[in-house]
Design a protein around this ligand. Structure first.
Ligand code: SAH
Length: 359
């Protein structure tokens, strides 16, 4: 596959075009088309001379994704299934929040972390997304939102969270580069405050983030209060010890001067015991953390289920009584398979069964 235009830093274009014998201002013009105007095709960039477009098209593809399926839930959550150039599906979601929209983007097609509760994990890792594919997701969602803004807050402001398919710190080079473009004034000019990386924190992952220059938010998907129980739910990620992960997260939170979020998935009979809430409270107390409790979004036929509402509230109560900010985060769009990876899996299953029928 050719690189995408959005695999390149916007500020590199003037020099790259000069190297090809074109005036360097053509590079600024191109970057303007890509980010200020959101152009996704060569035809759209009509004031860029044909020979410039032809020279670029010999090296780059103008875009690498198109919307294949679009679902909306009654709560406003919008889920897009994007088809990439190699036929792979990528899920991206727009979630209405009280004051803005949140874009939930993918960092990989599939995932290698094998977490027991996660739909994406089931097919393993297909491939990494490139920087350009990640940036395009954000722009496709931004265009979708601009075309149909949420009624509650007509504004178009959005946050970006890496909570879609994949483990962002398992593809950090591309994710970091994408974040640079998202935040570059010559790119999308988004504040790093609006960006959040959610990670299962596999071994050595947080070291890469520690060296990253942009102060993006951090969410740690914990899943266990000790190494053995964590490893049961999150076999790959669990190889990094709970204590070391939380120490690294606290150092990161202090450095960027922003609380890290500890995400705790609530699964009946596995992660919902009051005793576990107490252990969790002890781990996070007096540290720069807050806790998000995420009731399991049940995958079809899975033996894993969400706890009752009572149990969820009781778990939260233990944390709050210990002085810990703890919020319940119901995953939006239950009725549209919004848990990451569910829509792609359903589609793959449909494809498999229709192929089986046609043979
Ligand atoms: N790999 C990264 C980002 C993708 S998962 C990470 O682990 O953080 C994003 C969040 O969705 C994680 O907190 C994960 O625990 C949660 N999640 C995954 N499957 C889920 C499910 N079936 N129901 C509820 N939350 C789920």
């Amino acid at each position: 596959m050719k690189p995408l235009l959005r695999d390149i830093n916007p500020t590199d274009w003037p020099a790259l075009l000069a190297q090809q014998g074109f005036p360097s201002y053509r590079g600024r013009q191109l970057a303007h088309w890509l980010y200020a105007r959101g152009a996704m095709s060569w035809d759209a960039m009509h004031n860029l001379p044909r020979d410039v477009r032809a020279a670029l098209a010999a090296i780059y593809d103008a875009s690498g994704a198109r919307i294949n399926e679009r679902q909306s839930a009654p709560d406003g959550t919008r889920k897009l299934l994007l088809q990439m150039r190699d036929g792979q599906d990528c899920e991206s979601v727009i979630i209405p929040m009280s004051r803005h929209a949140t874009f939930c983007v993918s960092s990989q097609i599939g995932c290698a972390m094998a977490c027991s509760f996660c739909a994406t994990a089931r097919g393993g890792l297909a491939r990494n997304l490139s920087c350009g594919e990640i940036v395009e997701q954000v722009q496709i969602l931004a265009a979708d939102l601009a075309a149909a803004p949420f009624a509650r807050h007509g504004e178009r402001a959005y946050n970006v969270v890496f909570m879609g398919m994949g483990e962002p710190l398992d593809n950090f080079a591309a994710v970091a580069q994408a974040i640079r473009i998202l935040t570059d004034p010559a790119g999308l000019g988004l504040s790093p405050q609006r960006i959040q990386i959610s990670t299962s924190a596999p071994p050595h992952a947080l070291e890469q983030l520690a060296a990253f220059e942009l102060p993006v938010g951090l969410t740690i998907s914990l899943g266990g209060t000790d190494d053995a129980s964590r490893r049961k739910l999150m076999p790959v990620a669990g190889r990094a010890g709970v204590a070391a992960v939380l120490d690294a997260a606290a150092r990161y939170a202090d450095r960027v001067d922003r609380r890290a979020t500890i995400a705790w998935i609530l699964i009946a009979g596995q992660t919902d015991a009051p005793a576990q809430a107490l252990q969790l409270a002890q781990l996070v107390a007096r540290r720069p953390f807050k806790v998000n409790l995420i009731p399991l979004n049940r995958l079809d036929q899975s033996v894993l289920t969400a706890p009752s509402r009572e149990r969820i509230l009781a778990f939260q109560r233990v944390l709050i009584d210990a002085g810990i900010p703890a919020f319940i985060r119901d995953s939006g769009g239950q009725d549209i398979d919004a848990a990451c990876g569910q829509l792609r899996r359903r589609r793959l299953a449909k494809r498999d069964s229709s192929e089986a029928q046609s043979h």
